[in-house]
Design a protein around this ligand. Sequence first.
Ligand SMILES: Cc1cc2nc3c(=O)[nH]c(=O)nc-3n(C[C@H](O)[C@H](O)[C@H](O)COP(=O)(O)O)c2cc1C
Length: 341
Amino acid sequence: MNLPEAMDRAREKLNGVCRVCRVCDGFACRGEVPGFGGAGSGASFMNNVSALAAVKLNVRVLHGASEPKTGTSLFGVDLKFPIIGAPVAGVRINRMAGVTERELAEAMICGPAMAGTLGSGGDGAVPEVFDSGLEMISRRTAGRGGIVIIKPVSQEVIVEKIALAEKAGADAVGVDVDAAAFVNMTLAGRRVEPKTPKMISELVAASRVPFIVKGVMSVADAEAAAEAGAAAVVVSNHGGRVIDHTPGTAEVLPEISRAVRGKTKVLVDGGIRSGVDVLKMLALGADAVLVGRPLAVAAIGGGAQAVKLRLERIGEELKAAMIMTGCPDLGAVDTRVIRGR
Ligand SMILES: Cc1cc2nc3c(=O)[nH]c(=O)nc-3n(C[C@H](O)[C@H](O)[C@H](O)COP(=O)(O)O)c2cc1C
């Protein structure tokens, strides 16, 4: 199965829950949470896409960087490119017909491993969401595990889940702290809460593998996470799903990166659709990026193989973008790549 075929199949299977638009920008699905869209007016999701689109590249082609190197390492794992699968889970609550939680988790975790990078498992209101991710991580496809992101439920339950994730072979664990009032959890009667810096320190202390704070949109939160000992922050507004009217992640990434890069790894997600988008995020200060909906659509249409193909396509586009901006390796990708910075 090729990628266009996988997209067509996903469109049929998803039956309107995601329209599999030519440009996945959050417009058609605005307000659809639960579902695939962004919260409220959809502005936070759409701002992710428009903030990236507003960044323009400086083209440099008179140079010798003909074979750019995209390899990197994160959480002690070698990655073929700095592009990771974001956790996308919760088939029942989000009404993803035509795919089971296990099938989605298999594609989202084994597909990235097959492509030489890492995928992520999510968490939700029902146990099968978390359990499916762990099952797929324990397979160690291509010698790789994956990342596990746990919902901000009680400390006690998170600590239990961290231990289970470590036992399954997770390379890193974390909490999506921005799900502190997430409608998908509250609708299901599951309690979530904001985490204090002290609580993050406790979770870091309870983890034997690197701990990630996912869902940071301010310098203050990023600094608190770094001080609490987080191995990484993910600059993210949860794909625009948790609150209306946030900026796009590309808007806040530079100030957050300036404040904490070097103390903790800076990852980012939201609206990343192509290798050019990846290059922009790296130039704005990210160490690596996460991709959500495009991989989920590939997963639903064509399983792990389609996720692998989608990631490899973005990786090839990143290489081409590095050639077009004169970057021989990831270390060379900085603000010079971007016009007006
Ligand atoms: C249907 C759906 C389910 C998601 N489930 C989770 C989850 O379980 N845990 C989590 O941390 N983020 C979850 N996310 C958010 C993604 O990890 C990621 O932050 C976001 O999708 C990135 O934006 P993008 O989809 O525009 O690439 C989900 C997103 C979608 C669309």
